[in-house]
Design a binder for this molecule. Structure first.
Ligand SMILES: C[S@@+](CC[C@H](N)C(=O)[O-])C[C@H]1O[C@@H](n2cnc3c(N)ncnc32)[C@H](O)[C@@H]1O
Length: 305
C-alpha cells in the first residue's frame, strides 16, 4: 500500500521547488550583469541548473526577455507578498517589509512609463509648457509619483497614502531626487477623505490596492477631485484564465486588504459613471491593464457603482 505521508511530502516538495524556481526566474530576469538570455543562463551554474527545469528554458527566457525588467520586478514583488502572507504577517498593505514595499514600488513604476509613453499621447496630455496636475492615489514608496515627475517636465504630482511607513520611504526618495522634489508633494490621506474639487488634470488610482468596501466612494472622491474633462487612469487586473492563478491573486488581495475587482468589473463601474473615451492599455503582456477615461464635463454622477 502506498504511504499517504510520502504522497503528501511529494506535493510539498514539488511546491517548494516551484517557489524557488520562480525566485530563480526573477533573479535571472533582474540580473543586471546579463545582456542576453544566454548570458543569464551562463552566469550562475546552480541557477542555470534550476532554470533548466522550466519548460524549454532557453526559449522561455528568450520570449520574456524584452519585458524582463517589468516581469522580474513583478515576480520579486509577488514572492515578497507571498512570503509575508505565509508568515501571517500581513493584515494590510503597510504590514509588508520595507523591501517588499520597495519591490512593489519598482514593479509599479512601469505604470508611469505606460502613462507617459502610451496614455499621454493617446489623450493629448503632457504638452510642453503646460502644467499638468497629477494625483497619485496610494502613492506607497512614491515610485510612480517620482517617475511621473521625472518624465513630465511640467508635472506637479501629489501622492496620497493612508500608511506612514511607505510615505516615509517615499519622502526619502523624493528628497534624494533634487531635480523633481519641488514638483512632488506627499500627503497622509485616505482616498475616501479626499475633499478637493476640480484640482487635478490626471488622477492615477491602482484599483487592486483599494479595498472592495471603499472602491465606490473612492471613485466618487477622485472624480470630484478631477477637473471636468480631466483623465481618470485606473490600474486593474484582468480575470486570470486559470483557476489556480485567480485563486492566488484573490488570496494575496484579501490578506493585504486590496480589491478583488477584475478589469471587466472596473470597466462596468466607469461606464455607469458616464465617463467618455475609455481605452484600455496593456502594461506587461498578461499583466495589469490600465484603463483611461475622460471625466464628464457636467460632473460625475455620484451614485454608487
Ligand atoms: C502597492 S502600493 C502602490 C505602489 C506605489 N505606486 C509605489 O510606488 O510604491 C498601494 C498603496 O495604497 C495605499 N492605500 C490603500 N488603501 C488606501 C486608501 N484608502 N487611501 C490611500 N491610500 C491607500 C497603501 O497604503 C499602499 O501604500
Amino acid at each position: 500500500m502506498s504511504d499517504p505521508h510520502a504522497g503528501a511530502m511529494d506535493v510539498v516538495n514539488e511546491l517548494w521547488a516551484s517557489s524557488v524556481l520562480a525566485a530563480a526566474l526573477a533573479s535571472a530576469l533582474t540580473d543586471a550583469s546579463a545582456d542576453t538570455p544566454a548570458q543569464a543562463l551562463d552566469r550562475d551554474a546552480d541557477r542555470a541548473a534550476l532554470l533548466r527545469n522550466l519548460p524549454d528554458a532557453e526559449a522561455t527566457l528568450e520570449s520574456l526577455w524584452a519585458e524582463r525588467a517589468a516581469l522580474g520586478a513583478a515576480l520579486v514583488s509577488v514572492l515578497s507578498q507571498a512570503a509575508a502572507a505565509a508568515a501571517g504577517a500581513t493584515r494590510a498593505w503597510s504590514d509588508l517589509s520595507d523591501e517588499a514595499m520597495r519591490a512593489q514600488g519598482e514593479a509599479s513604476a512601469r505604470m508611469a512609463d505606460v502613462i507617459v509613453s502610451k496614455i499621454g499621447p493617446a489623450y493629448g496630455l503632457f504638452r510642453p509648457g503646460h502644467v499638468t496636475r497629477i494625483l497619485d492615489v496610494g502613492t506607497g514608496v512614491g515610485a510612480i509619483a517620482t517617475a511621473l515627475a521625472a518624465a513630465v517636465a511640467d508635472a506637479v504630482v501629489t501622492g496620497i497614502d493612508v500608511a506612514d511607513r511607505p510615505l516615509a520611504i517615499a519622502e526619502t526618495r523624493r528628497a534624494a531626487m533634487t531635480d523633481v522634489r519641488e514638483r512632488v508633494r506627499l500627503r497622509h490621506q485616505d482616498v475616501v477623505d479626499l475633499d478637493e474639487v476640480d484640482a487635478y488634470d490626471v488622477v492615477w488610482m491602482p484599483v487592486p490596492f483599494i479595498p472592495d468596501a471603499i472602491i465606490d466612494e473612492a471613485l466618487t472622491r477622485v472624480l470630484r477631485a478631477l477637473r471636468p474633462g480631466g483623465l481618470l487612469v485606473l490600474g486593474t487586473i484582468p480575470a486570470a484564465g486559470r483557476r489556480r492563478l485567480r485563486a492566488a491573486n484573490a488570496w494575496l488581495a484579501a490578506v493585504a486588504g486590496g480589491s478583488t475587482l477584475t478589469t471587466d468589473d472596473v470597466v462596468d463601474r466607469v461606464n455607469r459613471r458616464g465617463l467618455a473615451g475609455m481605452q484600455l492599455f496593456e502594461s506587461v503582456r498578461g499583466g495589469p491593464v490600465i484603463l483611461a477615461a475622460i471625466s464628464p464635463r457636467e460632473g460625475a454622477p455620484s451614485g454608487n457603482g
